[in-house]
Design a protein around this ligand. Structure first.
Ligand SMILES: [Zn+2]
Length: 392
């Protein structure tokens, strides 16, 4: 991203813009920040149903005057906005999540704060600020009476950081009704690049069954599952094809009971990532080819890609070009990027629905203690969402 000044020079300063949406967002920046603060200070780890429930209630109240909010099983929220414009056709789906990777009590060590041009705090970037941007974008469309041609639905899931197992069908159903999906995940890097491709993500679990024996009395009768797994892991790690963007990363290993027992069982959990749908078959073939070195051991394979890749389709490319043109009106140049991480946008893109991701906040440190967003990018991101909804 670069700011284009009136003289056509690039620099970090914020330009004076005549764009009325941008002006309206700037006038509300204080309110936007206090809403972000309220959401960050309401902790919402994926695995804490009570906290998730509290957050869902708080967020529902935040937009109850401009949207009809329904809570689905699993505490996923579907918010249908009431926006200007008559005879609406089809639908735009905005997609986000309100769960975070941060356990309850994180605020004691990493409190919300505003300093050095940023807002800091657990979940601020991934992705509570993005949710607030979208709500304010819709508020401003109403206030300026900008007509919108589509029905606009914001779906906010409560389990994205935990794999979206209970929200996936809901997300896919909503996407099928939509002409476009706008994903409010953070942009890439401090430039806030939009995301037009994401790798597919999956987990595999390999189990080796060996044979237990006393490590001293019956050593030869044992088939050591840990030793067998150690040899398998070298093979598994070699399934990585960096030239094709495919990565295979054994991440967790468990095996054995005590040192004087030849271990009967060992597991390894493996993270896999792949940029193309066809790569899923390559991975399946690789894992199916595993054979034991020690014939007395058995190998079990479970797993698959559970988020399909978001490929840069023609529809995705066109959606990005629309966003880029609208951003230019705001004095901002947005670029595109591809990401190794998955989001709920992977599901919608895999259905062939044009999906643009990374439209949320600009910052850094997702899932890390320095998680933060840039305050001077709040206004243009919010205005861009408003423009996109009005244009699509
Ligand atoms: Zn996220």
């Amino acid at each position: 991203m670069a700011w284009m000044s009136r003289a056509g020079m690039c620099g970090p300063a914020i330009i004076a813009s005549v764009d009325s949406l941008l002006r309206s967002v700037r006038a509300k920046q204080k309110d936007i920040i206090s809403c972000i603060r309220a959401l960050v200070e309401c902790e919402s780890p994926s695995d804490d149903p009570a906290a998730i429930g509290k957050f869902a209630k708080l967020f529902s109240e935040m937009l109850s005057d401009i949207a009809r909010v329904r809570m689905h099983p699993g505490k996923h929220l579907r918010c249908e906005f009431q926006l200007p414009g008559s005879r609406k056709q089809s639908q735009i789906l905005a997609l986000g999540h309100f769960d975070t990777v941060w356990p309850l009590g994180t605020l004691k060590t990493i409190p919300f704060r505003q300093a050095r041009g940023r807002l800091w705090g657990p979940g601020v970037l991934d992705m509570k600020a993005g949710l607030v941007f979208f709500v304010f974008a819709m508020r401003i469309l109403r206030e300026l009476d900008v007509p919108v041609r589509r029905n606009v639905v914001l779906q906010v899931n409560s389990d994205e950081e935990a794999g979206s197992s209970t929200s996936r069908l809901l997300t896919e159903d909503a996407a099928r009704q939509s002409v476009a999906v706008l994903v409010l995940e953070p942009g890439t890097g401090l430039e806030g690049k939009l995301k037009t491709a994401r790798k597919g993500v999956g987990d595999y679990r390999i189990t080796v069954q060996g044979r237990a024996a006393h490590a001293g009395l019956d050593f030869e009768k044992g088939a050591n599952a840990v030793v067998e797994m150690a040899r398998q892991i070298e093979r598994i790690a070699a399934f990585t094809r960096l030239d094709r963007g495919i990565t295979v990363s054994p991440g967790v290993i468990q095996g054995g009971t005590r040192s004087n027992v030849v271990p009967a069982e060992c597991h390894v959990d493996i993270d896999v990532r792949a940029p193309r749908t066809a790569d899923a078959r390559y991975l399946e073939r690789c894992f199916a080819s595993l054979k034991p070195f020690d014939k007395r051991c058995k190998i079990e394979v479970a797993g698959a890609l559970n988020r399909p890749p978001m490929e840069r389709s023609e529809g995705v490319r066109r959606l990005f070009q629309t966003a880029r043109a609208l951003a230019t009106e705001l004095g901002v140049i947005v670029e595109e990027s591809s990401s190794g991480g998955g989001s709920d946008g992977n599901f919608t893109a895999a259905l062939g629905i044009p999906t643009l991701d990374g439209l949320g906040a600009v910052g850094e440190g997702a899932h890390a203690p320095h998680e933060s967003i840039l305050i001077n990018r709040i206004a243009d991101r919010t205005a861009l969402l408003a423009k996109l909804v009005a244009a699509l």
